[in-house]
Design a protein around this ligand. Structure first.
Ligand code: NIG
Ligand code: FE
Length: 422
């Protein structure tokens, strides 16, 4: 490969590159994080130009950074969050710790609707301030792409307000944001006695109006006994399909309604939660190329005992992603590293699967598998330099942050001076 480097190109040298590229195998023929040593990672503008054996192209005048044998991984991708909301539900959590169930709280008008009230009563500016803090925590641990859902407004004005905050965050921060319309998150109080009429409102007014304003790129739903049934979900998916909008779903979290099969029928991006997913559902999502998104924070915080069917998902070769599901009710955890730890300890993933879950497969869940989630030529130059030797180190020791550099679209955005490189 003959490449003429420019002065503005950057070479990252002397690093351990966990490329996560599934085509790169070790000597035993295993993928092993797509690990490459003694290779140069060459960045041009916002993309990775090439990964080549060290020193194989003349550096000319371009900048060479010695990574001091540290680990470089793709930037982390958090593919399922409810980051923008008002208030918190700490007192509800206290109730739950005193024995009240999530379903009971939700039936009493608490749960999601408590956050809907708080979000409706917050200005866009207030929402942006609290959301920025949550985003800062995630970025500081290496997240470079994140999905954010609406779903706490539940009417046109407030869903738009939430998505406008998402847009403002995207404009002001070095992070790529994938916005999702989750207006079918809960039945708002004013439609309590007529959920079908609320779905009509979503399909006929909210979805088309906000799509027109380019405020989201996918449509989500909470398909559950305490959310929306299969018929309502299908009505929503049909509306999305007519406009060519990808769908995904919160499905099989508390029971098995068959939501996964419905998502698969619409070639959905992902099925999320899936503790109650069965083999029929797995067959369906395998056929449709849908990603299984595991949310260990919600599993833990709700004290679930039924684990997602990891062994079967593995057997069928379904890609598994991991996400924070950051939200005030079931997963108030702004740490994707903690989720990787939990996915291994509580759900039984291997460390390599955990890494694939926040890179390769999370990118696929956001429809970005050709450009994000791997260190490879042509992919976005989104990566993290860690003060670590091995990928598992990143979520083994928690409570301090091993991030040295965070690079987003080729630009250095976070740098721990203590570990500063040359
Ligand atoms: O992903 N399952 C539904 N939605 C959220 C919970 C949101 C909330 O309780 O506020 C979830 O867990
Ligand atoms: Fe969620």
């Amino acid at each position: 490969m003959s490449i003429e480097l420019r002065d503005t190109d950057v070479i990252w040298r002397n690093a351990k590159l966990a490329t996560m590229n599934p085509a790169i195998k070790n000597t035993a023929g295993k993928s092993h994080y797509g690990m490459l040593e003694q290779h140069d990672l060459i960045v041009r503008d916002e993309k990775i130009l090439a990964i080549l054996p060290a020193g194989s192209v003349p550096a000319n005048q371009c900048k060479v950074i010695d990574a001091g044998q540290r680990l470089i991984t793709p930037g982390l991708i958090d593919c399922h969050t409810h980051l923008v909301f008002g208030g918190n539900r700490a007192s509800e959590w206290e109730q739950r710790l005193n024995g009240v169930s999530y379903e009971e709280i939700s039936a009493q008008g608490g749960g999601i609707n408590a956050t809907v009230n708080a979000t409706r009563n917050s200005s866009a500016q207030q929402l942006e301030i609290v959301s920025q803090k949550r985003l800062n925590a995630l970025m500081a641990e290496g997240v470079t792409t994140i999905e954010m859902k609406s779903g706490y407004g539940l009417d046109l004005v407030n869903e738009e307000k939430q998505l406008n905050v998402v847009r403002a965050l995207a404009q002001k921060n070095p992070i790529e944001i994938s916005p999702t319309l989750l207006s079918a998150h809960a039945v708002p109080p004013e439609y309590k006695h007529d959920p079908d009429a609320y779905i009509d409102l979503v399909c006929d007014a909210i979805l088309p109006a906000l799509w027109q304003k380019q405020l989201f790129e996918a449509v989500d739903v909470f398909c559950e006994t305490v959310g929306f049934n299969l018929t309502q979900t299908q009505r929503l998916f049909e509306t999305a399909k007519r406009l060519n909008i990808p769908v995904k779903g919160h499905v099989e979290q508390l029971s098995n309604l068959g939501g996964s099969e419905l998502v698969a029928e619409y070639q959905g991006l992902s099925v999320d939660h899936i503790e109650h997913l069965d083999e029929k559902g797995i067959e369906a999502i395998k056929r449709s190329g849908t990603v299984a998104v595991l949310l260990p924070g919600a599993f833990y915080f709700l004290r679930e005992t039924k684990r997602p069917p990891i062994a079967l998902l593995r057997q069928y070769g379904v890609p598994m992603a991991i996400s924070t599901d950051f939200n005030p009710g079931t997963s108030p955890f702004a740490s994707l590293r903690l989720m990787m730890n939990m996915a291994c300890v509580q759900l039984g993933l291997t460390p390599e699967e955990a890494w694939q879950g926040v890179t390769l497969h999370a990118a696929q869940a956001l429809g970005r598998s050709d450009s994000h989630g791997q260190l490879a030529a042509g992919f976005m130059a989104d990566f993290v330099v860690w003060d670590a030797q091995n990928p598992v180190d990143i979520f083994y020791e928690l409570g301090h942050n091993p991030l040295v550099y965070r690079v987003y679209h080729g630009e250095m955005t976070h740098c721990d001076d203590l570990h500063g490189l040359n």
